[in-house]
Ligand binder design. Sequence first.
Ligand SMILES: O=P(O)(O)OC[C@H]1O[C@H](OP(=O)(O)OP(=O)(O)O)[C@H](O)[C@@H]1O
Ligand SMILES: O=c1cc[nH]c(=O)[nH]1
Ligand SMILES: [Mg+2]
Length: 209
Amino acid sequence: MGKVYVFDHPLIQHKLTYIRKTETGTKEFRELVDEVAALMAFEITRDLPLEEVTIQTPVSEATSQVISGKKIAIIPILRAGLGMVDGILDLIPAAKVGHVGLYRDPETLKPVEYYVKLPSDVQEREMIVVDPMLATGGSAIEAIHSLKKRGAKQIRLMCLVGAPEGVEEIHAAHPDVDIYLAAMDEKLNEKGYIVPGLGDAGDRLFGTK
Ligand SMILES: O=P(O)(O)OC[C@H]1O[C@H](OP(=O)(O)OP(=O)(O)O)[C@H](O)[C@@H]1O
Ligand SMILES: O=c1cc[nH]c(=O)[nH]1
Ligand SMILES: [Mg+2]
C-alpha cells in the first residue's frame, strides 16, 4: 500500500492559505503555486541518494557529497499541473519534463486523455506526477496508468490539495505509488470539487473563468 505524506512546513501552509482565498487573483495565484511547488520539491527530494566526491577548497582537499545521478522526470497533468513545473525545475534543473493531457468530463467526472509525450528513457527515471488537485483520483489514476503502460517503474504523485476519496482510489489502483500533499482536505462535494479546496485550479491559474 502506498503512503501519504502531508508537508506541514509553515511556509507551505502559509502560502496555501493565500492560494485558497477567493480574492487571490490570477497573477498571485500562479506565483504562489510556483513557490509551493518549489517548497514541495525541496521536501520530496530529501531521500535522493548522495555520493562522496573529493574536491579542493581554497584551504584544503575535502571529501564532500553530491547527488548521485538520480534521473528524475516531472510529469504535469495538463493543464493545471503546468503551474507546478517551473517551481520544481528551479530546484531540479536537470529533470526532464513529460506531459499527460487529461481533462475531467464535467458530467461523468471521468478523465479523458488527449495528449501524452514522455522522455524516451521512461524506464530509468523516477517520475513525479504533478497536479494541484487530487479530487476523485480519476485523472491521476489514468495518468499513472498511462506512464506504466509506457514502461515507467518508479512513480510518485505530488498534489497541492487532496480529498480522502481520491487518496483511497489511488491506493487501490496503484498501491506502489506514494502520494505527497500540501493538505488533505475534508471531502468532495456533489460536483466532485474538493471542500474546502481552492476551486478550479486550471481556471484560476490561466484566468479562464
Ligand atoms: O481527481 P479528479 O476528480 O480526476 O480531478 C482532478 C483533476 O481535475 C482538474 O483538471 P481539469 O479536468 O479541470 O482540467 P484542467 O487542468 O485542464 O483545468 C485537476 O487539475 C485534476 O487534473
Ligand atoms: O476541486 C477541484 C476538483 C477538481 N479539479 C479542480 O480544479 N478542483
Ligand atoms: Mg480545470
